[in-house]
Design a protein around this ligand. Structure first.
Ligand SMILES: [Fe+2]
Length: 248
């Protein structure tokens, strides 16, 4: 009994040392995990910048007007905020919007910049860009569902789009939303073969496309934004009013 009693203070002292060591280990581990997190977010930011640069190379090569990527991303985010705010909050969605046409890197310039309608063979080449784009970004895991936006942004709600012919909710929601932003910007921008359409005409085309080309719910959100002045045309330049986006 006496021997056990005399060991108690010693055990206590050892426990104190042990607890301190565990505490120090925990602090060191937390520090390491913070460093790791910051290294990972640094790598992701670098990837993001590389992807943006890549997307801009495609924009320079394409017949689309300058600023198409920027504008479609903004319109897309504004509609996404209205339709599904939780979706708009995911960074992969913004990446997908920005990278949507990255597959055009595999389409020859004479097709992209042809100042007239494409023939059947040229259309086949053009229609390959969503699949090429998906192949390019699929291995980059942190882009997650961005790949589905890239792959499906030319699918139609009624199933008559490409590359697969998905219909309705088979098409990822972010891709259904983006299709509106992309078409609206295409119609309201000058192209080599035609001038920009007036905003009212473009809005009418989107309205008429509800249920055929576009998701009716996403069209309704787009029309609300237009009515509220959230997406407007000013002196021929499209000026998305970001206040709407920020307010949601
Ligand atoms: Fe496209």
């Amino acid at each position: 009994m006496h021997a056990e009693g005399s060991e108690l203070p010693q055990i206590h002292a050892q426990l104190v040392v042990f607890a301190r060591e565990v505490g120090e280990l925990y602090t060191a581990e937390r520090q390491r995990s913070r460093e790791l997190e910051s290294a990972i977010s640094g790598i992701q930011a670098m990837y993001g910048q590389t992807m943006k640069a890549f997307a801009q190379v495609v924009e320079a090569k394409d017949a689309c007007t300058r600023g198409h990527l920027e504008r479609t991303q903004r319109y897309g985010m504004a509609i996404a905020n209205r339709v599904a705010p939780e979706l708009a909050a995911r960074p992969e969605v913004a990446y997908g919007f920005f990278l949507h046409d990255i597959g055009k890197v595999g389409v020859p310039e004479q097709v992209l910049r042809k100042p007239g309608p494409l023939d059947a063979r040229e259309w086949d080449v053009m229609r390959s860009h969503p699949a090429i784009g998906a192949q390019i970004i699929e291995p980059i895991r942190f882009l997650g569902e961005a790949v589905e936006i890239v792959r499906s942004h030319h699918e139609w709600f009624d199933g008559s789009g490409y590359p697969v012919g998905l219909a309705g909710e088979q098409i990822p929601l972010a891709a259904r939303i983006f299709a509106i932003a992309d078409s609206f910007d295409a119609m309201t921008s000058d192209r080599p073969y035609r001038s920009a359409l007036p905003m009212e005409v473009a809005v009418g085309e989107i309205r008429d496309g509800a249920g055929t080309q576009f998701d009716p719910q996403a069209v309704a959100a787009f029309l609300e934004l237009v009515d509220e002045g959230g997406i407007a045309v000013d002196d021929g330049d499209l000026v998305p009013v970001l206040a709407v986006l920020r307010a949601v």
